[in-house]
Design a protein around this ligand. Structure first.
Ligand SMILES: Nc1ncnc2c1ncn2[C@@H]1O[C@H](COP(=O)(O)OP(=O)(O)O)[C@@H](O)[C@H]1O
Ligand SMILES: Nc1ccn([C@@H]2O[C@H](COP(=O)(O)O)[C@@H](O)[C@H]2O)c(=O)n1
Ligand SMILES: [Mg+2]
Length: 468
């Protein structure tokens, strides 16, 4: 990847470009401080999949199977059929001469507008097409919300390069012509109110030729070709696995391989929704923060080294497993980091936990006030605990202290609940060998260097010091 591409990625992943922002720099009035505002332009880009193939090849069936397997993701299916032009009264009188398999039969400009809006994070109204009346203005329109995954499906969805360019993954469903025709006869007679002779007539006049002239030539654009459509479970499993991997990756993970964002699920989103809600009670805040912390800790422990170990089970069989890394310690950044200690203790019996207190002076200065660390910390893997990574200033102080105590950089795992891109850049650039495990990446920082959207003062909400 060229340096320009990396810069572009950094800029995109930060929401705002902080080219003039350095942690050591005093905040001088003459330097205009960048502001990250929660504007509509920032949102995670959806993963867009295109599914093409001949009519009745099994495209919709394949899409349904992908959606079913991606059940904990927000997925929306957009059919190219919805963008058929409504026939004029004149065209309606000669409907048997109309070629529904030609690229001009579709309103591709409208399709592009709709997908662009969804990409921008806006809800859209999609027309509903009626195969019996040949109209696409059937009310009510289909309301579609922005989603993590958008699937664009249709016979000619790879035809227009502008639509193709929107796609992160292209799938071509490859089914023999005789199977397609047989399925088409069954489907169109059962569902579209046509008789066999009409279906065969349309097939020989338009469908077969259009497949050879327009659909088959787009097969070369596919990343994955699925023979046997919905019957090909191996292909569908592999596709779903790939989508999951891509969805779990924040853009920042592509820049910093040591940044790990735990894979989002509706459960995780739900817990975040609760702890971010300013109206959530202290009791609920603690409950859901604890659940999330436990997930982050468990995920973090997965990055520790292990040794292979075999044990004898009560049945007398050998089980080949692994032995946990024993030389561990936690270090919490007082005060918020202390909220993560219980989860660490619950996972690692008898773990030693040290403490660091860093005082924030104004918005920039960070001063180390107190430290109490195990004497043999240099021989241990350290799980550094702080629920929020904001500017990265405290993290840099804490990590610098651990390094001074002789802890190898690669033995430090920094665990937090939320990370601002600015903090990630600061920490990962300065300490490229430490690992950061977090549950969500934030939009950025506001004028006061507070994480947004954030969740307010974590320590106050967790320990109840914001209540009367
Ligand atoms: N593997 C399959 N075996 C049998 N019938 C199938 C299979 N895949 C799809 N069908 C049937 O064939 C018809 C066309 O499938 P569909 O998925 O709607 O294709 P497309 O969206 O490509 O037109 C549907 O009636 C569907 O139920
Ligand atoms: N009024 C219409 C519109 C389209 N068709 C046929 O539908 C096929 C595409 O839909 P798939 O779900 O099979 O991809 C295409 O072959 C058109 O001929 C139609 O018959 N009537
Ligand atoms: Mg279909």
């Amino acid at each position: 990847m060229g340096s320009n591409a990396v810069d572009d990625l950094i800029e995109a992943s930060s929401g705002v470009h902080y080219s003039g922002f350095h942690m050591e720099q005093p905040r001088t009035p003459e330097i205009e401080q960048p502001t990250t505002s929660i504007d509509d332009s920032f949102h995670k880009q959806p993963f867009i999949i295109g599914v093409a193939g001949g009519a009745a090849s099994g495209k919709t069936t394949v899409c349904d199977l992908i959606i079913e397997q991606l059940r904990d993701q927000r997925v929306v299916l957009v059919n190219q059929d919805s963008f058929y032009h409504t026939l004029t009264p004149e065209e309606l009188t000669k409907v048997h001469e109309y070629n529904f398999d030609h690229p001009d039969a579709f309103d591709t400009e409208k399709l592009l507008r709709v997908v662009e809006e969804l990409k921008q994070g806006q809800a859209v109204d999609i027309p509903k097409y009626d195969f019996k009346s040949y109209k696409n203005d059937v009310f009510p329109l289909r309301r579609v919300n922005p989603s993590d995954v958008i699937i664009l499906e249709g016979i000619l969805i790879f035809h227009d390069p502008r639509v193709r360019d929107l796609m992160n993954m292209k799938i071509f469903v490859d089914t023999d012509a005789d199977v397609r025709l047989a399925r088409r006869i069954r489907r169109d007679t059962a569902e579209k109110g046509r008789d066999i002779s009409m279906v065969l007539d349309q097939y020989s006049k338009f469908v077969k030729a259009a497949f050879d002239d327009f659909i088959l030539p787009t097969k070369k654009y596919a990343d994955v070709i699925i023979p046997r459509g919905g019957d090909n479970h191996v292909a569908i499993d592999l596709i779903v696995q790939h989508i999951r991997t891509k969805l779990g990756q924040h853009d920042l993970c592509k820049i910093y391989p040591n940044l790990y964002v735990i894979q989002s699920t509706f459960q995780i989103r739900g817990m975040h929704t609760l702890i971010r809600d300013g109206h959530t009670t202290k009791h609920d805040f603690v409950f859901y923060a604890d659940r999330l912390i436990r997930l982050v800790v468990e995920h973090g422990l997965g990055h520790l080294p292990f040794t292979e170990k075999q044990v004898l089970t009560p049945t007398g069989s050998v089980y080949s497993g692994v032995d946990f890394c024993k030389r561990l310690c936690g270090v919490s950044v007082i005060r918020s980091g202390e909220s993560m200690e219980n989860a660490l203790r619950a996972c690692c019996k008898g773990i030693k936990i040290g403490k660091i207190l860093i005082h924030r002076e104004g918005d920039n200065g960070q001063q180390l006030i107190y430290e109490k660390l195990p004497l043999d910390i240099a021989e241990r893997h350290v799980l550094l605990l702080d629920p929020i990574l904001g500017t990265g200033n405290s993290a840099v102080q804490a990590i610098s202290l651990l390094l001074k105590k002789g802890v190898p950089e690669s033995n430090i795992l920094f665990l937090n609940l939320i990370s601002a891109p600015q903090g990630v850049h600061v920490v990962c650039k300065r300490f490229p060998r430490i690992k950061i495990v977090t549950s969500e990446i934030e939009i950025g920082l506001n004028d006061d260097f507070r994480v947004i959207p954030g969740m307010g003062e974590f320590g106050d909400r967790y320990f109840g010091t914001d209540e009367d």
